[in-house]
Ligand binder design. Structure first.
Ligand code: TXA
Ligand code: MG
Length: 337
């Protein structure tokens, strides 16, 4: 299959909508990462997403909506708290989990009786969803296990020959995937299953909010997890990623200088000095780190490194999301200095 990469003109959006409504898979830009989209109400089309990604069939998809009618059409029991959050954060990087209606096929929900929903903050993708007039199921547009794509080129690197169209909306603003939450205690409390740019601190202004224990921990071998995505090795380049936790620039530099060979690089904030091995900078503040993380992880492979020492981010605010992705990319290898 030939994979076209096209800018989001009105004609291309119409063409993309036609492909989606005929059961095909199209890569779409969002404010978080690129998605691999199909008609969320068409089980066979969604099965093609799993095939293109090489994704286990029990890992459910998020459906992307462009108006609230699509929410009511797809789910039962929207708690008042969810409406307050939708009003504040949609369109935006917040995904909420609800009980699904029958119109959402089991291929979309990974066999669960719930479905995850979000309204993405990207004008082209909102237009595309409206043109299709159905929610679009879309996981991140990487091959399963790889770092998520934040440019059309990343998508092309992973999906060339597997899908007919990539809509190139430029670089993604946020750079890490949406915050995924579910509601507990009769819809009055929030649990964060996957942290993102809508932070614990922001959600706590609306209701008592806590992080699921798997946000920073590896699930036990046979544990039944709420969010199947946390079971799988994730976000990893081929290079071995090792997280180095330290508050001191000097001790970080000293450690990487003393423990590297010619195949090793360091992924740094940018303020560290006297590092004798090649460096990839992923930014000083939380937002920059979120924006650059996946690109930096992909770059370790593009430049052929076998191992990368990555400076540990702050673990509050958006840093929670950065650390959550990084610790999985590192398969939980952390060295504390
Ligand atoms: O920002 C994003 O969320 C991107 C863009 C494309 O919208 N999408 C994305 O999708 O990251 P994906 O499939 O790569 O990650 C969705 C996560 C997975 O960990 C999945 O297990 C979880 O959300 N999830 C989806 N539906 C769920 C459900 N019904 N219950 C629990 N977890 C769910
Ligand atoms: Mg993903």
């Amino acid at each position: 299959m030939v994979t076209k990469v096209e800018k989001p003109t009105d004609d291309i959006i119409e063409y993309g909508a036609g492909l989606i409504l005929s059961g095909e898979v199209v890569a779409i830009p969002t404010e978080t990462v690129y998605g691999l989209a199909a008609n969320g109400y068409d089980g066979n089309a969604c099965a093609k997403i799993f095939k293109a990604k090489g994704r286990p069939m029990d890992n459910p998809l998020i459906i992307h909506i462009s108006n609230m009618n699509m929410l009511y059409n797809s789910v039962e029991n929207v708690p008042p708290l969810a409406l307050r959050l939708a009003e504040k954060f949609w369109p935006g990087p917040l995904t909420m989990i609800f009980k699904k209606k029958d119109i959402v096929p089991t291929q979309t929900s990974g066999g669960l009786d719930t479905v995850a929903v979000r309204m993405p903050d990207n004008p082209y993708t909102l237009k595309l969803i409206s043109a299709c007039n159905v929610p679009l199921a879309a996981p991140s547009a990487n091959r399963s296990g790889s770092p998520s794509p934040t440019t059309a080129q990343h998508v092309y690197d992973d999906m060339n020959g597997r899908i007919p169209l990539i809509i190139d909306g430029g670089e993604c603003k946020t750079g890490v995937e949406s915050t995924v939450i579910c509601f507990t205690d009769n819809g009055e409390k929030i649990k964060i299953l996957r942290p993102g740019a809508i932070t614990l601190e922001m959600l706590s202004e609306f209701a008592p909010t806590r992080l699921d224990k798997n946000v920073f921990n590896k699930p036990a071998e046979n544990e039944k997890v709420i969010s199947p995505g946390v079971k799988y090795k994730h976000y990893s380049p081929r290079a071995e990623i090792i997280i180095i936790k330290t508050d001191s620039d000097d001790s970080f530099s000293e450690y990487v200088n003393n423990n590297s060979d010619s195949d090793t690089c360091a992924v740094i904030f940018g303020c560290e000095k006297d590092i004798n091995i090649p460096v990839i900078v992923y930014g000083e503040c939380d937002d920059a780190q979120a924006h650059n993380l996946f690109g930096a992880l992909r770059e370790t492979d593009d430049r052929g490194y076998k191992r990368a020492y990555v400076r540990c981010p702050h673990t509050t605010g958006v840093g929670t999301a950065v650390y959550n992705r990084l610790i999985r990319a590192a398969a939980f290898r952390v060295i504390e200095l």
